[in-house]
Design a binder for this molecule. Structure first.
Ligand code: ADP
Length: 494
């Protein structure tokens, strides 16, 4: 524990503002698990244990529901302006600790400090955005078509929410759920990923210090999420599930939620295509490709997974991408100048290796990287594969790492068909200097978000989410708030 707190001392010498909690947050207190069990947390850059956190059991899951239920009525009745003020204090609380939090993220997740700093700013922005939304939950009033009565529609908090988050953005995935839940007037239970619990625990402590009342946010870590989450979802007081993670686990949770007909928002896997047309500006496309592929070292559900490049620009694009990715510095997230940090764990490296081996066996050419370095830490170098053949696994599976798979095409119709040939539909990227063509293509790609001549879609003010098996519902924007509200219709005669 002390190791984490001393690591997480900003370079400017400011001490950590508080000791990072490692227990369960239930109601008004941090408590150890009744079983005494702990989960070891590894630093992916050196595979050393950095600390451990309390491992919650099912009874503690229900205790968290009790705490969320006890706080629910008062929080729902808290004036929106007051909820907004608290959320704004959470934004400032996070930004005041940006450097320290970024270091913590970097230590437990492995990402480069520059990526981690960006994540803290993005994560905090959800607090600011939803502070602004909290006072703008408007309803509707209309006359029924028959003229017999008024139709009054009011948005009410949906109820207690279970929020399950992944390890790739340990701060942002938490705040993207907590902030709209609180803005809407809901109380919640956060279940962070077992690989990266510390950031969520630190954010929860910042929220407490910013004035979030006891029981409004509860945090449980567990080594066995299935039974714990199932018990919470079968408690009739719980009315909302918001999950970010794999499609496979999303399907399990949807089945669990079905038993009590719980409203479910799902942000699941992606397999983003990145289309570059001959008339694209090459330098712009490279800039965009670097962000879409290499932000977070490729560990993002929006990461470009497949580059479809029109024949006329193909060779120049491959050569420039190899130059740029080849110049990136790989290393521990906190080391000076690191641009590509460690992957999360050994399983991630195994998956990348097997996808690259499969692509190469089917005819792909390794233009850069493609080999796991010797030594400790979960590292995989920036890699470029060209001539990737149809049927290669890497075109159908999220690589979730720093590997760019490139496929040439002749006719844009062919590229659109290839882009849509997946069960996923989260993000896509299109580069063309002909905006009319780019927008026509954007409309035809089956996904929830398209970046046109940009390498980044994420924005707290925009609706984030997927179609097909990439998910249900949206996070961010006003859409994200409505996921935590129920429309109450009152028929009135006057
Ligand atoms: P990844 O493959 O990226 O680790 P997962 O979908 O396995 O993604 O995990 C995302 C989140 O879902 C994590 O918080 C994890 O603990 C949680 N999780 C995994 N399995 C279950 C389950 N059966 N029930 C509830 N949560 C789960």
């Amino acid at each position: 524990m002390s190791a984490v707190n001393s690591y997480a001392t900003p370079q400017d010498g400011q001490p950590a503002p508080f000791a990072i909690p490692t227990d369960l947050l239930i109601g008004n207190a941090w408590i150890a698990s009744s079983t005494g069990k702990r989960i070891d947390i590894l630093d992916p850059a050196n595979e050393q244990v950095i600390t451990s956190v309390a491992d919650a059991n099912v009874a503690e899951g229900i205790a968290a529901v009790d705490a969320a239920a006890a706080a629910a009525a008062a929080w729902a009745a808290t004036p929106p302006r007051k909820r907004a003020d608290i959320l704004l204090a959470c934004f400032h609380g996070m930004m005041e600790q940006q450097e320290w939090l970024a270091q913590l993220i970097s230590i437990e997740n492995g990402k480069a400090l520059t990526d981690a700093r960006g994540e803290v700013a993005y994560a905090a922005e959800f607090f600011r955005w939803y502070a602004e939304e909290a006072v703008r939950i408007t309803g509707d009033l209309s006359l029924s078509p028959s003229g017999a009565n008024r139709i009054l529609v009011q948005y009410q908090p949906i109820g207690i929410a279970l929020l399950i988050t992944p390890w790739n953005f340990p701060a942002a995935m938490a705040t993207r759920k907590i902030a709209p839940a609180l803005a809407a007037g809901c109380t919640c239970i956060l279940k962070p990923a077992e690989e990266t619990p510390l950031t969520a625990l630190a954010v929860a402590e910042i929220m407490r210090r910013a004035g979030v009342p006891d029981g409004v946010v509860n945090v449980l870590n567990t080594s066995d999420p299935g039974p714990l989450c199932s018990a919470i979802l079968h408690d009739p007081r719980v009315r909302k599930l918001s999950f970010t993670g794999s499609t496979e686990v999303g399907r399990i949770l949807l089945r669990e939620a079905a038993d009590s007909v719980i409203s479910s928002s799902m942000e699941l896997g992606g397999n983003a295509p990145f289309l570059i047309l001959d008339d694209a500006n090459l330098d712009d496309a490279i800039e965009g490709a670097m962000i879409a592929k290499m932000r977070n070292a490729g560990e993002a559900c929006t990461a470009a997974n497949r580059f479809y490049v029109q024949r006329g620009i193909h060779d120049a694009f491959v050569a420039k991408l190899v130059d740029r990715m080849g110049a990136m510095k790989m290393g521990p997230g906190l080391a000076d100048g690191t641009q590509c940090g460690a992957m999360i764990n050994r399983a991630a490296i195994d998956k990348i290796e097997s996808l690259v081996a499969d692509a190469v066996a089917k005819g792909a050419r390794i233009e850069l990287g493609g080999e796991t370095p010797a030594g400790g830490g979960f590292f995989y170098p920036p890699s470029v594969l060209s001539n990737v053949q149809p049927g290669s696994e890497i075109l159908h599976t999220e690589v979730f790492g720093p590997v760019a798979a490139i496929i040439p095409f002749d006719d844009p119709e062919e590229a659109i068909a290839l882009a849509n040939a997946t069960e996923y539909g989260l993000a896509a990227y299109v580069y063309s200097d002909n905006l009319k063509r780019a927008l026509q293509i954007a409309e035809r790609i089956e996904c929830g978000m398209v970046a046109v001549n940009r390498g980044l879609v994420s924005d707290a003010a925009a609706p984030f989410g997927g179609v097909k098996q990439s998910g249900l519902g949206r996070e961010g924007a006003h859409h994200g708030l409505l996921e935590y509200c129920e429309a109450k219709y009152i028929a009135v005669s006057w």
